[in-house]
Design a protein around this ligand. Structure first.
Ligand SMILES: Nc1nc2c(ncn2[C@@H]2O[C@H](COP(=O)(O)OP(=O)(O)O)[C@@H](O)[C@H]2O)c(=O)[nH]1
Ligand SMILES: [Mg+2]
Length: 282
């Protein structure tokens, strides 16, 4: 695992001298910008460092921690017991939405919940086949229609049947095509309205899946989806590959789960302490 370790980079600023000078602060800013922490966090850290003039690596890392820690939050998206819950799984093509739905199906089946998968990516036949395999392997019930059908109708059917069968959670897949952003967003707004008519407010979670290796692009993705329908939490995928952790600090949306591979067990609730340690401990 090639995790981005900010702590080690900060420590390296002390390599050739015992104290930081103006050029070290410039270097500090460069490495934070390169690490995708964004200008806001970068200048908050460098301003505080200029003010406090850290004498050791540990003091500098503590300054970074002070700024970064409050910007990273974990989200608890546990389904509400005894009610119908819906997760709307969003994100651009290829980030790992359908794979994550398979993992979440397995995760919640293991907790004894009745899980339904709604094949809301009707864009390609292969997308329906892919989610059908997850349903078969995890024992979740699948609701699907033909390729090209209305995703809102698929999700409506899934929620209606799940309500009448007293199932616990419907995981709704979506297409993430961005080549026609307007249509995609219009469709998502429609789906959002449908879910709101079927599921109580606190039982409905809009989850944006982001690829942890992507970096800066995740910020624009989060912005687009947040503006269209709002996002409750992020799910990070591909955290097993080299991670661009800095962008997560910038996004400001709490993180619910982290995906670390392609098998069903490769998903864990986001652990903020562990994340901060892997980012800053050196
Ligand atoms: N290494 C790794 N690969 C992942 C992870 N999640 C998804 N993938 C892979 O990413 C690719 C795209 O996943 P898919 O679920 O089809 O993305 P979607 O288009 O958003 O539905 C597939 O090859 C998945 O196996 C993860 O946590 N780690
Ligand atoms: Mg998919």
């Amino acid at each position: 695992m090639k995790k981005f370790n900010l702590g080690a980079k900060l420590a390296s600023l002390f390599k050739f001298s015992k104290s930081l000078d103006e050029s070290s602060y410039d270097e500090l800013e460069d490495l934070l910008i390169e690490g995708d922490f964004g200008s806001k966090a970068t200048f908050e850290i460098s301003d505080l460092a200029r003010e406090q003039k850290p004498k050791t690596k540990e003091e500098l890392v503590a300054i970074a921690r002070k700024i970064i820690e409050p910007k990273v939050q974990s989200a608890d998206i546990s389904p509400v017991p005894g009610k119908l819950n819906a997760f709307l799984v969003l994100g651009v093509n290829g980030v790992g939405k359908t794979t994550t739905i398979g993992k979440l199906a397995s995760y919640y089946k293991n907790k004894g919940l009745k899980v339904v998968l709604a094949a809301g990516d009707t864009f390609r036949a292969a997308a329906i086949d892919q989610i059908a395999i997850h349903a078969q392997r995890t024992g979740a019930r699948l609701v699907h229609q033909n390729p090209g059908s209305d995703p809102g109708a698929v999700i409506f059917d899934a929620l209606s049947s799940a309500a009448s069968q007293k199932e616990d959670i419907v995981l709704c897949d979506t297409a993430g095509r961005m080549h026609n952003k307007e249509n995609l967003l219009k469709e998502l707004i429609k789906i959002d309205k449908i879910i709101k008519t079927k599921v109580e407010n606190d039982c409905y979670k809009k989850l944006l899946v982001v690829d942890a290796t992507t970096g800066q692009n995740t910020i624009s993705q989060a912005k687009i989806f947040s503006e269209a329908i709002g996002i409750d939490a992020l799910i990070l995928t591909k955290y097993d590959s080299s991670s661009k952790a800095g962008s997560l600090v910038q996004i400001g949306i709490p993180i619910a789960f982290v995906g670390t591979g392609e098998s069903y067990s490769d998903i864990q609730p986001f652990d903020k302490e562990e994340f901060i340690s892997s980012l800053l401990d050196f």
